[in-house]
Design a protein around this ligand. Structure first.
Ligand SMILES: NC(=O)c1ccc[n+]([C@@H]2O[C@H](COP(=O)([O-])OP(=O)(O)OC[C@H]3O[C@@H](n4cnc5c(N)ncnc54)[C@H](OP(=O)(O)O)[C@@H]3O)[C@@H](O)[C@H]2O)c1
Length: 277
């Protein structure tokens, strides 16, 4: 299988339950080629994603080589009772069992990006995280994933992980708050170290900022929806944005952000929008 180029947008599959298959299929039809999921039944129905991929291949809509598939290893504290691994196994074994389950769920022999869903502790990278990362590195060395990365990580932890990692993270996936200057410290570290920053909750975490008059004025000036302005802003900042929209019109309009450019005044205003609220 050839190395896939990284798409400009990721379709997120969290919280879709039995609509997962149908919505992923609709997202593929709308033009999404990057899919984000997790082997965490509590929030994701990964097997439902796999089901939609099978249908899409059968219908000739896409082939596996057209897609960028990303999934995650999640610690037990982020799971419910539907575990993808033996809780008594070592962390090394748990990562391997979860990864194999993901391959099965997604009907694939290889993942494009494998993500540690979040460090085991809030402020540091622990020995457990290092053990997990080593197994993720082994999976990458075996050619079973093209990239490895990490999610829900603070700057100090990222610096620590980067220092210890033999294979450096290719991606950081974080919730992106305007009030923290859109995660500026983590993004700056990523930029310096060739890590692609994936931003989620760009709309839901920034509702008050998006409703300010200053932001509404930008939408009116460009004739675009708030979501289009936010996703275009994220792209111009160098982020790889995620959307998990369940609405077909939103899917299309989220992808329709490549025919305009925000000027430096608009970029500056949005970067500093939380000072406007
Ligand atoms: N790593 C992690 O821990 C983590 C955590 C959370 C999420 N994620 C990933 O990120 C993905 C996205 O999650 P999210 O937190 O960003 O929220 P989201 O699931 O994308 O939710 C967006 C919300 O905004 C609404 N919306 C209105 N207009 C929209 C538009 N034009 N485009 C998109 N949404 C619009 C959506 O409603 P409609 O459905 O009606 O459009 C929805 O209620 C998840 O599916 C998951 O893959 C990862």
């Amino acid at each position: 299988m050839k190395d896939i180029t990284i798409p400009e947008f990721l379709y997120g599959t969290a919280w879709k339950e039995d609509k997962t298959c149908d919505l992923v299929l609709r997202a593929l039809k709308a033009g999404f080629r990057g899919i984000d999921t997790a082997c965490q039944r509590k929030h994701y129905y990964e097997a439902g994603v796999g089901k939609s991929l099978k249908i899409a291949y059968e219908e000739g809509l896409v082939s596996r080589n057209d897609l960028f598939l990303q999934t995650k290893y999640t610690y037990i504290m982020g799971q419910d009772q539907r575990l993808p691994y033996n809780p008594d196994a070592s962390y090394t074994e748990q990562v391997r069992q979860s990864f194999m389950k993901s391959l099965e769920n997604l009907c694939t022999e290889k993942i494009d990006s494998y993500i540690l869903h979040g460090p085991a502790q809030l402020k540091v990278i622990s020995d457990i995280d290092i053990e997990v990362w080593r197994e993720m590195e082994a999976i990458k060395n075996e050619g079973l994933t093209q990239h490895i990365g990490v999610s829900n990580i603070q700057i100090k932890q990222l610096e620590q992980l980067f220092e210890t990692a033999r294979i450096k993270p290719a991606f950081v996936q974080n919730r992106c708050y305007a009030k923290f200057k859109w995660d500026s410290d983590v993004r700056a570290f990523c930029k310096k170290n060739n890590i692609i920053y994936q931003g989620f909750s760009l709309l839901t975490a920034n509702k008050s900022e998006i409703s300010t008059q200053a932001f509404v004025n930008i939408c009116e000036k460009y004739g675009k929806t708030p979501a289009q302005i936010i996703f275009r802003f994220a792209k111009q900042l160098g982020m790889l944005p995620l959307t998990g929209t369940t609405n077909e019109e939103h899917m299309k309009s989220d992808l329709d952000i490549y025919n305009f450019e925000l000027n430096s005044d608009a970029m500056h205003l949005i970067e500093n929008i939380s000072t406007q609220t």
